[in-house]
Design a protein around this ligand. Structure first.
Ligand code: ATP
Ligand code: MG
Length: 452
């Protein structure tokens, strides 16, 4: 059944890339996203794939998720899709759930300036009241002014994120210089970069994230204002900064991203204590952070999971070590001292990024297990080995050694222990219980190590 409808306002402003001029095929699009696109089309709405999905398909990469933009309002979407939920305050977004997959759908939005020029356009439906708001610094607080597709394109962040794909005639629509910038591999802000960063400072982080992930350069005008405006990140909630930090470090390009964060002076708004500690610390601590980021990228490349708890354990390790060294004259027992400093370190980090409790608890456990690993009496060995966080903590131990911390072949001992049967494990523990033997064996091992 064909539904008669007027053509979509604003669409005439796009450069059209026909089906045979681009590589996107429907087979690469998730069936759930296709369902949403078709259903909206059948109901008389316009709907497009947009954002990272289109960008990544055009680059021949596998998209992380699929975002859809439409002229249906959130309420209309809610009515059409039983499995949907309206989320977000700053932006109203509709999440449509298909099993484990979530398709994010947004209604075409106008850029903010547009509210001052409201005309009689039928497609612009500004609902009275609180649909748009700026802070005194020009930051967008709410952004629910609906607009035409061309306006929707121009209020997106980067040109390569503002390409639209339609299943109607399989065209790609480009309202700025998206296709050209994909070709020349550049991250280019739409509009005036400084102004757009002031509207939403997180765009500075996004510029670096996409540059690292896609291996694109940051176009000059887009990169230039960042250092000067970096401080605007102070106005972003620690909860949002945590989300962004995770995306920055678990996108598969943590090493590259971390370097960019330092270069553009944005890192100090996400993990200042870490960067300060790295400035004045010994080699090993720097190397540990570097190795942890490398490891994260490797694991993700192999399709393995990474936990934020491990990442934060590593990022904050130099801070923890320095804190302990500083306070080591205190009369507390080493364990109390550790507890106290670990608390301070985590509390200090939460001012930057609101790491959820479940992760900070696990970070602390990874650290605590380091103490038990080092202690190696019968009780600490058993409790460490049976601890749910044993694996992560053991990996962390190996990372410490690899980074150059001198732990007297502790990692090897724990490797042997894990690889042994019960009888051999008892022998390993008993050998430790004889201090003399231990000392001799240790010094032997050490001298072996130094002759390398
Ligand atoms: P990813 O591969 O990480 O999913 P993405 O480009 O899809 O990358 P999302 O965060 O999923 O990024 O956002 C989807 C789209 O929404 C973006 O491509 C961009 O067009 C738009 N967008 C997201 N965040 C912003 C922002 N802060 N300012 C302007 N536009 C944004
Ligand atoms: Mg996306």
């Amino acid at each position: 059944m064909m539904i008669e409808r007027r053509s979509l306002a604003g669409v005439e402003k796009a450069t059209l890339i026909e089906r045979d001029q681009h590589p996107i095929s429907r087979k690469q699009i998730s069936p759930s996203a296709l369902k949403v696109l078709y259903k909206l089309g059948n109901e008389g709405f316009y709907a497009y794939l947009v954002g990272g999905g289109v960008r990544d398909l055009l680059l021949g990469n596998k998209p992380k998720d699929f975002d859809i933009a439409t002229n249906a309002t959130p309420d209309e979407l809610k009515r059409l899709f039983r499995n949907s939920r309206i989320i977000g305050r700053r932006f109203k977004i509709v999440h449509i759930r298909f099993g484990r997959e979530i398709i994010e759908v947004t209604t075409f939005r106008a850029h903010h300036g547009a509210q001052n020029q409201i005309d009689d356009s039928v497609s612009r439906r500004q609902i009275q009241g609180l649909d748009s708001a700026h802070s005194s610094a020009g930051m967008i607080l709410r952004d629910n002014v609906y607009g035409d597709i061309d306006e929707d394109a121009l209020r997106r962040d980067f040109t390569v994120n503002a390409l639209y794909y339609t299943t109607n005639n399989f065209q790609v629509l480009d309202f700025c210089t998206g296709m050209e910038d994909l070709r020349t591999r550049q991250i280019r802000m739409i509009g005036d970069p400084a102004e757009r960063y002031k509207e939403d400072p997180v765009r500075m982080l996004r510029a670096l994230r996409f540059s690292a992930k896609l291996d694109f350069s940051i176009e000059d005008n887009t990169g230039r204002p960042i250092k000067e405006l970096a401080h605007l990140l102070e106005s972003i909630s620690p909860a949002r900064l945590f989300d962004e930090t995770l995306k920055l470090l678990t996108g598969g390009y943590a090493v590259r991203t971390f370097a960019l964060l330092r270069e553009y002076k944005l890192g100090q708004y996400l993990f200042a204590p870490t960067l300060e500690a790295l400035e004045k610390t010994e080699e090993a601590a720097c190397k540990l952070v570097d190795l942890a980021l490398r490891n994260t990228d490797l694991r993700l490349a192999e399709g393995k999971s990474v936990t934020p708890a491990f990442l934060f354990a590593a990022l904050l390790w130099p801070v923890l070590r320095q804190g302990i060294a500083r306070e080591s004259a205190s009369l507390d027992s080493p364990y109390q001292l550790f507890q106290q400093v670990a608390n301070q370190v985590i509390v200090a980090q939460l001012k930057y990024t609101a790491v959820p409790k479940r992760f900070t608890a696990a970070t602390r456990e990874i650290w605590e297990l380091q103490l038990r690993f080092e202690k190696r009496n019968r009780r600490s060995i058993e409790s460490a080995f049976n601890h749910p966080r044993f694996r992560a903590a053991y990996d962390f131990l190996l990372l410490r050694e690899e980074s150059g911390e001198n732990l007297d072949a502790l990692g090897q001992w724990w490797t042997d222990f894990q690889n042994s049967d019960t009888k051999r494990r008892t022998e390993l523990i008993t050998a430790l219980a004889r201090p003399r033997t231990r000392r001799r064996r240790r010094s032997k091992r050490k001298s072996k190590g130094t002759t390398e």
